[in-house]
Design a protein around this ligand. Structure first.
Ligand code: GLC
Length: 448
């Protein structure tokens, strides 16, 4: 979540100063040290940039309140009356759109909590100031940004999403970041065809598939892979090659822990992980997924805090996260679901993730190969080719809680080797693969 000074009415998504570090996290010097240490290890650091709105505590808002005809008078969206809302569904946080600001005596517009006044993207100075924020961090060595709700930046009420002004701003932001070795991932809630507009070559490099996280959970918990297969197919065909790419997730800081979503079924977590890490797109893992972390019970902001508990490094009372008091109570079972306990245990979810990541990063077919779905022998299976001139891979995932019969055409294959289990898989005849795939198992096959 964002690292900037903030009253934390929405866990930092209410920013009071875009160019400083929240004192709870440290100082500007700590941020610089973090960037250096990460870069020394080949790790890139993206900041979460929240441009749609600020905090009530941001000096821009204070100035706008106190000086309606002054230079920042219209940096926010003001109205004498409660104006129009956004058309379509209610806002993410309910239907409140306008809140009276008593000093100015006007209502300000907000798409999220009342503590998050929307910036006025119609104002060129606002857009320029935000580009300066991005430049500030790029100059300090930040490698990219996760953009918070960029599809909501510009509004022409009642239209709040996907506006031309939004795309114009994103193109300017892209041109700026292109001057650095930096990239962006957008939090875009949209149908695949709409997502594709954000992935045009001069807009964003990556866009999250957020709605699809729940589709992974459905496959994991029901054992039926059909809706997942359809969802992936829709996205792959909507986003042509040569554009930016989608970014797969099975959880994040706004969603339930996947472990909760599949009722802590370890087999379901393993299949979801293996599919996520063998699909096209850029997989984003949210901390703790590799441990099967459970949801916590503490609340600071709202129910989403369940997925925001401290990372579990070891079995100590603060899970090795802090020597002080954790910001939220630890999630249950942190004594066993932690890095120290799971590392080195070949049967653990953590080692499963590590094998998958190693396989993905060493296999071109899994990173940049094409995707082609094959008709599975039963609804619990997902079967797809990842093809690349360096070598093809055939992925067969069985989400079911029973073994399943596999049948697949594999032209030219005399035998198949599963890279995950390091085992041979039966080939029934020339050009055909057959056999039994165990319950909740994924095969990543290459030709023998
Ligand atoms: C995004 C963030 C969410 C935040 C909201 C408002 O959806 O992911 O956590 O509350 O934007 O900034």
């Amino acid at each position: 979540m964002p690292t900037f000074p903030s009253p934390l009415a929405d866990s930092g998504y209410d920013v009071a100063d875009y160019t400083e570090v929240h004192p709870d996290y440290g100082t500007a010097a700590d941020m610089a040290a973090l960037l250096d240490a990460a870069h020394a290890r080949g790790i890139r650091v993206y900041l979460d940039l929240v441009f749609n709105h600020t905090s009530l505590a941001h000096p821009w808002f204070t100035e706008s309140v106190n000086d309606p005809t002054g230079p920042r008078g219209d940096w926010f969206v003001w109205s004498d009356t409660e104006g129009l809302g956004c058309e379509g569904a209610a806002g993410p946080f309910g239907d409140v759109r306008w809140t009276l600001e008593p000093t100015r005596g006007q209502y300000y517009f907000h798409q999220f909590y009342p503590q998050q006044p929307d910036l006025n993207f119609e104002n060129a100075e606002v857009r320029a100031a935000l580009l300066d924020v991005a430049r500030f961090w790029l100059d300090r060595g930040v490698d990219g940004f996760r953009l918070d709700v960029p599809y909501r930046y510009d509004e022409d009420l009642p239209v709040c999403v996907h506006r031309p002004g939004t795309f114009e701003f994103l193109r300017d932001l892209r041109a700026l970041t292109d001057g650095y070795d930096a990239a962006m991932v957008g939090e875009i809630l949209a149908a695949p065809e709409q997502l594709a507009a954000y992935l045009e070559p001069d807009v964003l490099q990556m866009g999250f598939l957020l709605a699809e996280a729940a589709v992974f959970w459905i496959a994991g918990s029901s054992g039926n892979a059909q809706s997942l297969s359809r969802a992936i197919g829709d996205v792959v065909s909507a986003v042509p090659p040569g554009q930016g790419t989608f970014a797969t997730v099975i959880g994040n800081h706004d969603l339930s822990r996947p472990t909760e979503a599949v009722m802590a079924d370890p087999g379901a977590l393993r299949v979801m992980a293996a599919v996520q890490l063998t699909l096209p797109g850029v997989p984003f893992l949210y901390y703790g997924e590799e441990l099967g972390m459970l949801g916590g019970a503490g609340v600071i902001v709202d129910g989403r805090d369940s997925a925001r508990t401290p990372m579990q490094w070891d079995a100590s009372p603060t899970a090795g996260f802090t020597t002080g008091a954790p910001f939220l109570p630890l999630a249950p079972e942190h004594e066993t679901r932690n890095v120290e306990s799971l590392r080195g245990d070949p049967g653990s979810l953590l080692e499963h993730y590590r094998r998958l990541i190693a396989l993905r990063t060493s296999t071109r077919a899994l990173t940049t190969g094409t995707y082609q779905a094959l008709r599975p022998a039963s609804a619990q299976q997902l079967v797809y080719w990842r093809r690349h001139p360096d070598g093809d891979r055939l992925v067969i995932a069985n989400f079911g809680r029973d073994a399943a019969t596999v049948r697949a055409e594999v032209p030219g294959w005399a035998g198949a080797f599963d890279e995950l289990s390091q085992a041979e898989v039966g080939v029934v005849a020339a050009n055909a693969l057959g056999g039994e795939i165990p319950a909740q198992t994924v095969w990543v096959l290459r030709a023998r």
